[in-house]
Each structure stands twice: as structure tokens, then as C-alpha cells.
Design a protein around this ligand. Structure first.
Ligand SMILES: CC(C)(COP(=O)(O)OP(=O)(O)OC[C@H]1O[C@@H](n2cnc3c(N)ncnc32)[C@H](O)[C@@H]1OP(=O)(O)O)[C@@H](O)C(=O)NCCC(=O)NCCS
Length: 370
């Protein structure tokens, strides 16, 4: 047993899956055999269908799937009340967790673990995450909630509910791409948590809530918020060198850099970098992009060239910059990430239920540990 010990389960193959493929050396990510850069041009509904159903939808299948999601976007008055109650002293991820938990109590399928019921529950969560997050943000800022607009795409509708006005085509496209890039990533900590809960044959809401709790941490999805705050703290391109060198000298982690699996540039970060540049140019305001690019240059010099460590920008680095240009507040960033990731969690839970074995690893006992 001792031979098999890997701290943090590094490189441990815990299960078989047909959803995501990662080559960490070459920087490749595929969902069900499709390259992430190609998928990023599709709609979130299309990619969600493909993740969950295991195949690309035909025209009619996609239309039915999208219509279904649009019809499910509204949340009940009682769920709104719970979400408003959350407003006083917690942030979006906690509000999302609590509201989804409340919504599960009202779901007639709560204790039905059949594939049909799980799909129905999953669709509701995909459709309603954006409504909960946008409404929470508005209430927190003393504004009225805005009803979902069924004419808008998943991404555009979220921005509309968040800001109260329709986004530009570029903003809608960028958020749609963001949701796609965030949708799945093999056995990342939140997906592994969700699958572990599913493996006990608990209900799918519990699995998703577990996923949310794991995503929140700063070593996982919480890093996106930290990147946004870091860029604000730095403030100007001239301050970047001193800031990064401070981190290096104090052996502190640089947020949005490094990855357990990628030993090269994260393929999602490449797409995000292009999006960040595009929206910076459209807004005629390069400041945040320039700061980010300078951080990347210095990090490359310090980590890759000087120390030969494979520490490159990860998914949370340029996505944080994109969110800044979309006027998404830092404290909302992880919850917006969750809006994209929910499709992946649902796909993984369904896959786990369909061929289940309890996930139960072992610990190496160290008598003097405490
Ligand atoms: C993602 C992350 C948790 C992966 O962790 P991991 O696989 O356990 O790797 P470790 O934390 O053991 O790091 C390995 C080495 O690289 C260094 N390293 C890793 N990420 C680093 C970062 N962001 N900044 C500076 N150094 C970093 C560690 O200090 C360690 O150095 P050492 O061997 O000299 O002690 C880690 O890279 C990290 O904390 N990144 C910042 C948070 C982040 O952006 N998270 C989002 C992930 S998508």
C-alpha cells in the first residue's frame, strides 16, 4: 500500500471517463474528442448537450434542449426569498449553495435517482444557476431582480439579468465562450467531489452542492477572484515587476499560475488571452490586459527561464481579466465560473450513476502525525 501513496492524489487514475481528455505535457484539452479551441466557437447549450448526452446535437435536438433550458430559467418566489435572505452577510458562492439546497427541497424528483429524474434536475440547475447569481448580485447592490429573457442566449441572458441592459454581441459571445471553457476539466477537485458524493448514491443536488463547496477554494475556482483583486492592487504596468518579485522572494504563490496537470500553457488560457485582448481593444482600454501580459512575461522569466519550473498561466488568469472588462465584480467571479462548470458536474454525475462503484481510497496511517 505504501508504494501507491501519492500526496494530493497526484497522477492517480481514480476512474474511467469518456467526458474530458487532457494531455498535460502537450497542453491539449478535449471534451468528448473535440478540441477546446474549436468548441469555444459553439453555443454553451450545444456544448452542454454534448457533454451530458455524449454526442453533438442535431438541429432539432439542440432547439428542444435550448427551449427547455430557457423555460426553466425562472426561479420561484420562495427561492427568491431564500436568496434575498442570504444577502446580509454572505457572498455569491454561499448564496448559490444555500439557494440550490433550498430549491432541492421543493423538487418533486428530489429522492428519485433514475436517469430521467437526474437529467430533469440537472437541466433545472443549468438553467437556474445564472438567475440565482445575477439576482443575488443585484439584491446585494440594492437593485431589483430582473426576469430572464427567453430571447437571449445563456451567456447574454446572464449579463442582461446582471446589469439590467442587453450586452453587446461581443460581450455575449465572450461570456458564452467563458461558460464553454469553464464547463469541464476531467477530475478537477470540484468534479471529483461531486462524483464521490454521487458514488454513495446520494442525490444529484447534494453532489452539485459539494462541487460548489470545492470550487470556492482559492487553490481551485476561487483563484479567478484573486487574480482580479491582484490586478487592482498592482494598478499600473510599472508596478508589476516589484509585485511579482515580491511574491517570488517571499515564496508566495502567484494567483492564476501553475497547474497540477498542465506542465505547459493551459489551452484554455490561450483562448482567454485572445478574448481579453479583443474586449480590451473594443473598450479602448488596454490597462488590465497590459498589466496581465507584463505579469506573464515576468513570471515566465522567473519560473520557467530562471528556475526551470513549468508554471504558466492557468484558466483563472486571463479569465479574471476578461471578467474585469465585462464589469463582473471580483466577488462574483467564482459563482460565474460555477455557471459554466455545472454542465460538466451534471455530465460526470450521470456517468458515475450509470456505472457506479463507491469511491473510497485509503490513508497511510502515521502514528505520530498529530
Ligand atoms: C494549482 C496549484 C494548486 C497546483 O498545485 P500542485 O500541483 O500541488 O503544485 P505545488 O503547489 O506542489 O507546486 C509545485 C511547485 O511549484 C510552485 N508553484 C506552483 N504554483 C505556483 C504559483 N502559482 N506561484 C508560484 N509558485 C508556484 C510551488 O511553490 C512548488 O515549488 P517547490 O517545488 O519549490 O516547493 C498551484 O499551482 C497553485 O496554488 N496555483 C495558484 C492558485 C491557482 O491559480 N489555482 C487555480 C488552478 S486552475
Amino acid at each position: 500500500m505504501e508504494d501507491k501513496f501519492a500526496k494530493g492524489l497526484e497522477n492517480v487514475i481514480a476512474l474511467e471517463s469518456g467526458i474530458s481528455f487532457i494531455d498535460g505535457e502537450k497542453g491539449i484539452l478535449e471534451y468528448r474528442g473535440f478540441d477546446i479551441a474549436e468548441l469555444s466557437k459553439l453555443s454553451y447549450d450545444q456544448v452542454s448537450y454534448m457533454l451530458i448526452m455524449g454526442k453533438m446535437p442535431g438541429e432539432e435536438e439542440l432547439e428542444e434542449f435550448s427551449d427547455n433550458l430557457k423555460e426553466l430559467r425562472k426561479i420561484t418566489d420562495s427561492a427568491f426569498k431564500v436568496m434575498r435572505f442570504c444577502n446580509y452577510n454572505i457572498e455569491a458562492m454561499d448564496a448559490l449553495r444555500t439557494t440550490i439546497s433550498y430549491m432541492s427541497h421543493c423538487d418533486p424528483d428530489l429522492n428519485d435517482n433514475s436517469p430521467e429524474a437526474n437529467l430533469r434536475k440537472g437541466m433545472k440547475m443549468i438553467a437556474r444557476f445564472p438567475t440565482v447569481v445575477a439576482s443575488f448580485s443585484r439584491v446585494k447592490n440594492g437593485l431589483e431582480e430582473i426576469e430572464p429573457d427567453p430571447e437571449l442566449s445563456h451567456g447574454a441572458n446572464f449579463l442582461y439579468m446582471l446589469r439590467g441592459k442587453r450586452p453587446t454581441d461581443l460581450e455575449s459571445r465572450i461570456l458564452e465562450t467563458d461558460f464553454i471553457l469553464s464547463a469541464d476539466h476531467e477530475l478537477n477537485p470540484s468534479t471529483f467531489t461531486a462524483r464521490t458524493i454521487t458514488s454513495t448514491l446520494s442525490d444529484i443536488h447534494s453532489s452539485v452542492i459539494g462541487g460548489l463547496c470545492a470550487l470556492k477554494g482559492p487553490l481551485h475556482g476561487g483563484a479567478r477572484m484573486e487574480v482580479m483583486e491582484m490586478v487592482d492592487e498592482i494598478g499600473t504596468v510599472d508596478e508589476v515587476e516589484a509585485f511579482v518579485m515580491g511574491k517570488v522572494q517571499n515564496h508566495e504563490k502567484l494567483m492564476g499560475f501553475g497547474h497540477r496537470v498542465y506542465k505547459t500553457y493551459d489551452p484554455r488560457a490561450k483562448v482567454y488571452k485572445k478574448l481579453a485582448k479583443q474586449i480590451a481593444e473594443e473598450r479602448n482600454d488596454m490597462l488590465w490586459f497590459d498589466i496581465a501580459e507584463r505579469i506573464e512575461t515576468i513570471a515566465y522569466r522567473e519560473f520557467v527561464q530562471n528556475k526551470d519550473k513549468p508554471i504558466y498561466p492557468n484558466v483563472d488568469f486571463y479569465s479574471g481579466i476578461v471578467y474585469k472588462y465585462l464589469d463582473i465584480p471580483p466577488k462574483l467571479a467564482t459563482a460565474v465560473f460555477a455557471i459554466g462548470r455545472i454542465s460538466g458536474w451534471i455530465a460526470h454525475c450521470l456517468e458515475q450513476y450509470s456505472d457506479n462503484r463507491l469511491i473510497r481510497p485509503r490513508a497511510k496511517f502515521i502514528r505520530s502525525k498529530l
